[in-house]
Ligand binder design. Structure first.
Ligand code: HEM
Length: 394
């Protein structure tokens, strides 16, 4: 019998056997204690995201821990449905244009090069804290307008929110406190930007207008929090996992380092094979029957993204890590109206950071397996320590 509890901390190390059992044995799994349903097959997860019938709502948030009728207060438009979602996302997308993202590339490269140089001089360092965490926090902070002096605090708070060992299924006092501190910080930033506008995303969000409508300060603060946390932790974890997977696959690593496998394909397959997003969640607005199981109205339905990305029905031999495969059906960034707003930024950051490493570091780098530790929140999984030793590329 399958038992799936996303709050179980032991799942962090290797959730994939559980995901396989879900897909094959109980494609609609019901957990009676936590009272949720879980969908794990690619086609089922994709169908919920596309939701052509309007059956699924995000209005109670997208995690079990934060399930609440006023989730939008802390999760912004991630916890809204159309038409509100369409309007608010429309406003934010205006400030978050592909042009704005594209213009970041030289700066991302400069940051990656600087941090890579420092790390290589050390030779042995923790890949996550000593390298991977540096670029995303700088990039999102520069985009939002968070001054350099405040960034360590931003990183600390977003880690407190995401990286924890106490997966109790409830938001602990520490996590609540971190959320509150972050919210207060962004409210202050907004007040400053109202007084003195700058060329940054915080100001752009305050000024963005659609059909005469503007965002309230509370919505801007929630959005900045969403971007700050989503933008940091997921991307850090993607870069860290890519580094480990290339190490465990020396043949592929050789091909990446000699340019036969593009770095972007390496990042893309990492997202599919071991991407950071484990699940998201929806509420049913009416009852429905799927694979013979009736899901009632107002049920919590988990879309187990990381399970769907290992479904053989969508990806032949899905448990094989192979950056040469077709990853176009990946669900790592979601689908439909809530498709990850930061997907192009995350892809760009990962590609640039990994490219800089490939050009600066010898192919035969090492990892100390004893120091490898996985952790995260129940919905985001990744490495928190990854001791590595590198030599400069000759
Ligand atoms: C939404 C994954 C990076 C901002 C999402 C969703 C997923 C996802 C699966 C859909 C959630 C749902 O449907 O309930 C990821 C992964 C990332 C990443 C795997 C990195 C590897 C980023 C970055 C940013 C960002 C860098 C911003 C700077 C957002 C926002 C949404 C979102 C704002 C909500 C979109 C909406 O509700 O319309 N992300 N994300 N993400 N992501 Fe990302």
């Amino acid at each position: 019998m399958v038992v799936y509890n996303p709050n179980d901390a032991t799942l962090q190390r290797d959730p994939y056997p559980t995901y396989e059992a879900l897909r094959n044995e109980q494609p609609v799994y019901h957990n009676p204690d936590l009272d949720f349903y879980a969908l794990s097959r690619h086609a089922d997860v994709a169908a919920v995201w596309r939701d052509s019938q309007g059956v699924y709502s995000s209005d109670h948030g997208v995690t079990l821990e934060q399930w609440s009728p006023d989730a939008r207060r802390s999760m912004s438009f991630l916890a809204m449905d159309p038409p509100d979602h369409t309007a608010v996302r429309g406003l934010i997308s205006r400030a978050f244009t592909p042009g704005r993202i594209h213009r970041l590339e030289p700066r991302i490269r400069e940051l990656a090069r600087t941090y890579a140089t420092t790390a290589i001089e050390q030779g042995s360092f923790d890949f996550i804290t000593g390298f991977a965490a540096r670029v995303p926090v700088d990039v999102i902070s520069e985009l939002i307008g968070v001054p350099a002096a405040d960034r360590p605090m931003l990183l600390r708070l977003s880690q407190q929110i995401i990286q924890r060992d106490d997966l109790t299924g409830r938001l602990t006092a520490g996590v609540r406190q971190a959320n509150l501190e972050l919210h207060t910080y962004y409210r202050q930033l907004i007040t400053e930007r109202r007084r003195q506008p700058q060329d940054d995303l915080a100001t752009a969000l305050l000024e963005a207008e659609l059909d005469g409508r503007r965002l309230q300060d509370a919505d801007v603060a929630a959005t900045l929090m969403l971007l700050g946390v989503a933008g940091n932790e997921t991307t850090i974890k993607l870069i860290g996992t890519a580094w480990r997977l290339a190490w465990t696959h020396p043949d592929l690593r050789e091909q990446i380092w000699t340019g036969r496998i593009p770095v972007r394909a390496w990042a893309e397959e990492t997202l599919r094979f071991e991407g950071p997003s484990q699940y998201t969640m929806r509420r049913t607005t009416r009852s429905l029957t799927l694979h013979g199981v009736t899901i009632p109205q107002d049920a919590r339905v988990l879309l187990v993204i990381a399970a769907a990305n290992r479904d053989d029905r969508a990806f032949p031999d899905a448990d094989r890590y192979d950056p040469r495969r077709d990853t176009s059906q990946t669900l790592a960034f979601g689908l439909g109206p809530h498709f990850c707003l930061g997907a192009s930024l995350a892809r760009l950051e990962a590609a640039v950071v990994l490219e800089e490493l490939v050009s600066a570091v010898e192919v035969n780098y090492d990892i100390d397996p004893a120091g490898v530790r996985w952790a995260g929140s129940p919905s985001i999984r990744g490495l928190v320590t990854l001791p590595t030793t590198v030599k400069p590329r000759g």
